[in-house]
Design a binder for this molecule. Structure first.
Ligand code: DC
Length: 236
């Protein structure tokens, strides 16, 4: 039996992974996993429920038991135990909380089965930090998006300004650097490209140009993957 195909899109925050993952999944008619949202949910819920960052057992119970429902639209609703929380989950504060709980190996382990459950026919586009290295190491197509912290801070600043959210560029830059540092130096599943991932520097590219580069890589690698599948044995 051929396994369900997976495309992984990893990289630091602000590289446009989420946008590209959703556009690609919509084109292919595949499922999408926003793994960062799972860590944001655990970070935010732990804080709201008073579970301390060093209470691994409490965080694990939360990660295994919390009921999560994603809406079908990009950046759509996210219900946690039946309550709509998408706006709270998309704040910078939730991103920082997520990055902290994500450094806990027990939390990462508890979220593994939930992430694997997204692998449903006809295929999955998974976005995160360790999709290609740890969660779906057998994915047929792996992509790692990069951009300097300056470029990512400026993009985020423009997005927030468009939404009339008051924030300063230097503080965004500092937050991004802190998050990069924590995500890439943690002992378990650090942010790093898989050895077989295609690296794309998104700094000089538009969303459409990134999508075009990604499409080309997807077409090439998934074609290779299917041509590597042995043909069915001939009938006697
Ligand atoms: O992609 P995001 O900004 O929503 O992710 C929020 C945080 O969650 C990020 O700083 C690190 C963590 N994360 C992770 O450790 N592993 C993932 N696969 C996805 C996110």
């Amino acid at each position: 039996m051929q396994s369900i195909p997976v495309i992984t899109i990893d990289g630091p925050s602000g590289t446009g992974k989420g946008t590209i993952a959703h556009l690609l999944a919509a084109e292919l008619g595949w499922h999408v996993l926003d793994s960062g949202a799972l860590y944001r949910i655990i970070g935010l819920e732990a804080e709201q429920r008073g579970i301390p960052a060093d209470d691994s057992a409490g965080l694990c119970r939360l990660a295994s038991a919390v009921e999560i429902q994603f809406g079908t639209r990009f950046r759509g609703s996210i219900c946690v135990d039946g309550i709509e929380k998408s706006a709270d989950l998309r704040t910078e504060a939730a991103g920082a909380l997520a990055s902290k709980v994500a450094a806990n190996p027990a939390v990462r382990h508890a979220l593994l089965a939930r992430q694997h459950a997204f692998r449903q026919p006809p295929g999955l586009v998974a976005d995160g930090r360790d999709m290609g290295t740890v969660v779906f190491p057998d994915a047929g197509c792996k992509i790692f998006l990069t951009a300097s912290a300056e470029v990512r801070a400026q993009r985020r600043y423009n997005q927030l300004k468009d939404k009339d959210v008051g924030v300063s560029l230097p503080s965004l830059f500092r937050d991004i650097q802190e998050r990069d540092e924590r995500d890439s130096t943690r002992a378990v599943s650090p942010l790093k490209p898989a050895r077989d991932a295609l690296l794309i520097d998104t700094a000089p590219l538009s969303v459409l140009q990134v999508l075009t580069a990604v499409r080309t890589h997807v077409a090439r690698t998934l074609a290779l993957e299917s041509s590597a599948t042995p043909p069915p044995a001939s009938q006697p």
